[in-house]
Design a protein around this ligand. Structure first.
Ligand code: M6R
Length: 607
C-alpha cells in the first residue's frame, strides 16, 4: 500500500522525509522517491527497490543540503510495474505529486490531455492527475486542485507541490487516508501517524472536500472553494507498533476493516463503461470464448476463492471449471493442454506448490493467468497474464482481505466469461457488475457493529470441535470460514455441504457441538432449515448466518448473525466478513497469537 509523507520546517527536509518513509515500510512498497524545493526548481530523486538500497544510494550521488520542504512516497505498484519512472513523486517540473489510491477514470483523462498536447512517460494513473493539475494551473493552486478533483474519480490522497509556490505543500483526499501533523515550527503530511510520530503526536484528519496548505506560517485548511475551515486537533497516544496497526489490536482486525476499500481497489480498475474489462493483461473476450477448459489452482484460502469462482462461472457461464489444490495438481498429471486457461491464485505470488503448478500448466501448453497481490512476485513474473488484486500488503498470516479480493475478482471473471460466451446480454452483465460495486458498502455495514461476533465467539470459544455447513455458494464460502477458525483459534473445524452431513459426518454431533450454518441463498433456505433442525435435534448449538430480516424459530437457531439485504448472488461474499470476525474474536477469547498462529508462515516457499 502506498505511503505519503511531506515536510515543511527549518531543518533539512531530506533526512526527515527519508526517516518518515522508512517508518511506512511496514505497509509494503516496491519503490520510493522524494521531491524537494531546491533554489527555484523542484528536484526529484526516486528509485525502484528498498529505500536503503535504492533511494538513499541515489541520494548519495545527488545530495540535497539546503531544502526545507518536500514530499515523499513509497509506492506499492498498481498501474505499471515497479520501476524508477513509475515511482512517485510524478510531475513535469511545474507541479509534482505523490498519490495513494486508484484513479478510476485515468484512461479518459489521459486521452483528453493527449489531445491537449501532453505527453506521458509512466504507465501510472497518477501521472494523469499531475498533468491535469498542470493543465488547470493558472497561478492559483487551490483553483487548480478544485478543478482537478472535480474531474478525477476513484480513491486518492494527494500531496502536491507547485514550483511557483516555493516551500508550500497542498494536500487533498477522498477515500484514501491522509493526516496533517502539527509540530513545533514545522508541519507534516502522512498516510498515517506512524510516519511522523517521532516528530509530533498532534495531527488533523483531512476529510473529503478539504484542502490543507502547509507553509512556513503553519497549516491552513480550506474547502474546495478556498473558504477557510476550522478543524479539530487530535493527539495520538499510541506507540509505534499500535500506530502501524492503525489503533486495532491486531493486523488481522485492521485488514478485515480494510476490505471495503480493498474490494473497490480490485474491481474498479477492471470495469469500463459498466462492463468487466481485463484488457490490461490481454485476457480478451475472444480468448475467453475459445478456451476449452478453465482450471483454477491455488492453496489454502486462494484455492477456496477458486471454489467460489467455480460455482459462479458454472452457474452464470455454463462452462465447467476444475478447481485444484496446487500440491495435488502438480503430481497428478492433470488433463491440461493447449487451448485451456489455468487461473493461478496466490496472495504472495511465492507459494512453491502454486508456482510449480503454474510452470506445469505452461509446459503443457495452457494459457496462464496469475491473480496475485504482490507485484513483481515469482508467479506474477512467470504467468502469461497477470491481474494484481490491489489489496495492499497483508501482514497477518491469516488471510482476510486478500481472500475477499480474490473472490471479488472471481465474480468479475464469471461475469466476463458469461458475457463473452453469450450466456448473458450486455444489460444483465451491467446489472451484475453494478451489484458487485455495491458490495463494499454492504461489507462496511457488517463492520459497523461488532458486538454480535463477539457474543457468538463467547458462546463457542470453549468448543473442541465444530462444523460449518452450507449449500451452493454458501458451501464454497464456508470452507474459508472454517479454515479461518481453525488456523487462528486451534479449534478443530470442518466445513461440510449441508446435504452431505447425513452420509457420515453427522455422527460427530453431540450435545453442545457448535454448528455454524450459512444460509444466504433464498432458493436453498428451506433445505437448510431442515438440515439445521436435524443437527439441532441431535444437540447441536446452531449459529445461523443469514439475512437480518429472516425470522428463525427457536427450534432452529440458538444465535443469529444478521447480514444486510443484498442479492443472493452477492450475499455469500458479504457473509465472509461475519465468518472472519467470529474466528477472530474466538481466537482472541482463547488467548491465541492471532497474527502469528503456531506452525504457520505467511508465505510458504517450500514444498
Ligand atoms: O500466498 P498464497 O495465497 O499463495 O498462500 C496460500 C495459502 O498458504 C494461504 O492462503 C493460507 O491458507 C492462509 N494462511 C490462509 O489464511
Amino acid at each position: 500500500m502506498c505511503g505519503i509523507v511531506g515536510f515543511i520546517g527549518k531543518r533539512a527536509c531530506t533526512d526527515v522525509l527519508i526517516d518518515a518513509l522508512k517508518r511506512l515500510e511496514y505497509r509494503g512498497y516496491d519503490s520510493a522517491g522524494i521531491a524537494i524545493f531546491e533554489d527555484d526548481k523542484i528536484k526529484t530523486v526516486k528509485a525502484k527497490g528498498k529505500i536503503k538500497e535504492g533511494l538513499v544510494e541515489k541520494l548519495k550521488s545527488e545530495p540535497i543540503f539546503t531544502a526545507v520542504c518536500g514530499i515523499g512516497h513509497t509506492r506499492w505498484a498498481t498501474h505499471g510495474e515497479p520501476s524508477d519512472v513509475n515511482s512517485h513523486p510524478i510531475g513535469n517540473g511545474r507541479v509534482s505529486i505523490v498519490h495513494n489510491g486508484i484513479i478510476e477514470n485515468y484512461r479518459e483523462i489521459k486521452s483528453f490531455l493527449i489531445g491537449k498536447g501532453y505527453g506521458f512517460e509512466s504507465e501510472t494513473d497518477t501521472e494523469t492527475v499531475a498533468k491535469l493539475l498542470d493543465y488547470y494551473y493558472e497561478g492559483d493552486p487551490i483553483e487548480a486542485i478544485e478543478k482537478a478533483v472535480g474531474v478525477i474519480q476513484g480513491a486518492y490522497a494527494l500531496g502536491i507541490i507547485f514550483r511557483e509556490h516555493k516551500n508550500k505543500i497542498f494536500a487533498v483526499r477522498k477515500d484514501s487516508p491522509l493526516i496533517v501533523g502539527k509540530g513545533k515550527g514545522e508541519s507534516f503530511i502522512a498516510s498515517d501517524i506512524t510516519a511522523i510520530i517521532e516528530y509530533t503526536r498532534e495531527y488533523y484528519c483531512l476529510e473529503r472536500g478539504e484542502i490543507a496548505t502547509l507553509d512556513e506560517n503553519g497549516i491552513h485548511f480550506t474547502d474546495l472553494h478556498g473558504e477557510a475551515i476550522e478543524k479539530e486537533l487530535f493527539t495520538a497516544d499510541w506507540d509505534v507498533e499500535s500506530a502501524q496497526k492503525g489503533g486495532y489490536e491486531h493486523f488481522m482486525l485492521k485488514e478485515i476493516h480494510e476490505q471495503p476499500d480493498a474490494v473497490r481497489n480490485t474491481i474498479s480498475p477492471r470495469i469500463k463503461d459498466g462492463l468487466p474489462d481485463f484488457g490490461e493483461c490481454g485476457l480478451t473476450a475472444e480468448k475467453l470464448r475459445a478456451y476449452k477448459h478453465i482450471f483454477i489452482v491455488g492453496c489454502g484460502s486462494a484455492m477456496h476463492s477458486g471454489m467460489v469462482g467455480k460455482y459462479l462461472i458454472e452457474d452464470l457461464a455454463r462452462t465447467p471449471v476444475i478447481v485444484d489444490i496446487a500440491s495435488e495438481f502438480r503430481y497428478r498429471n492433470p488433463l491440461v493442454s493447449d487451448g485451456d486457461l489455468v487461473v493461478i491464485v496466490s496472495q504472495s505470488g511465492e507459494t512453491a506448490d502454486t508456482l510449480e503448478a503454474l510452470k506445469l500448466s505452461k509446459a503443457k501448453g495452457a494459457d496462464t493467468l496469475a491473480v496475485v497481490n504482490v507485484v513483481g512476485s515469482s508467479i506474477a513474473r512467470e504467468a502469461d497474464m497477470v491481474i494484481y488484486t490491489n489489496a495492499g500488503p497483508e501482514i497477518s498470516v491469516c488471510s482476510t482481505k486478500a481472500y475477499a479480493v480474490q473472490v471479488a475478482f472471481m465474480y468479475l471473471l464469471a461475469f466476463e466469461v458469461a458475457y463473452a460466451r453469450g450466456r448473458i446480454d450486455e444489460a444483465r452483465c451491467k446489472e451484475l457488475v453494478n451489484g458487485l460495486t455495491e458490495v463494499p458498502e454492504k461489507i462496511q455495514e457488517c463492520l459497523n457493529d461488532l458486538s454480535i461476533y463477539q457474543y457468538v465467539a463467547s458462546k463457542i470459544f470453549n468448543a473442541d470441535s465444530l462444523l460449518y455447513i452450507g449449500r451452493g455458494l454458501d458451501n464454497a464460502l464456508s470452507m474459508e470460514g472454517s479454515l479461518k477458525l481453525k488456523e487462528i483459534s486451534y479449534i478443530h473445524s470442518e466445513s461440510y455441504a449441508a446435504g452431505e452431513l447425513k452420509h457420515g459426518t453427522i455422527s460427530l454431533i453431540e450435545d453442545g457441538t457448535p454448528v455454524i450454518a450459512v444460509m444466504t441463498q433464498s432458493s436453498l433456505f428451506e433445505k437448510m432449515l431442515s438440515n439445521v433442525r436435524t443437527v439441532k435435534s441431535r444437540g447441536a448449538k446452531v449459529v445461523a448466518i443469514c439475512r437480518a430480516a429472516e425470522n428463525l424459530d427457536a427450534d432452529c437457531a440458538d444465535y443469529k448473525v444478521g447480514l444486510p439485504e443484498a442479492d443472493d448472488l452477492f450475499l455469500p461474499l458479504i457473509s465472509t466478513v461475519a465468518m472472519q470476525l467470529i474466528a477472530y474474536y474466538t481466537a482472541v477469547q482463547r488467548g491465541c497469537d492471532v497474527d502469528k498462529p503456531r506452525n504457520l508462515a505467511k508465505s510458504v516457499t517450500v514444498e
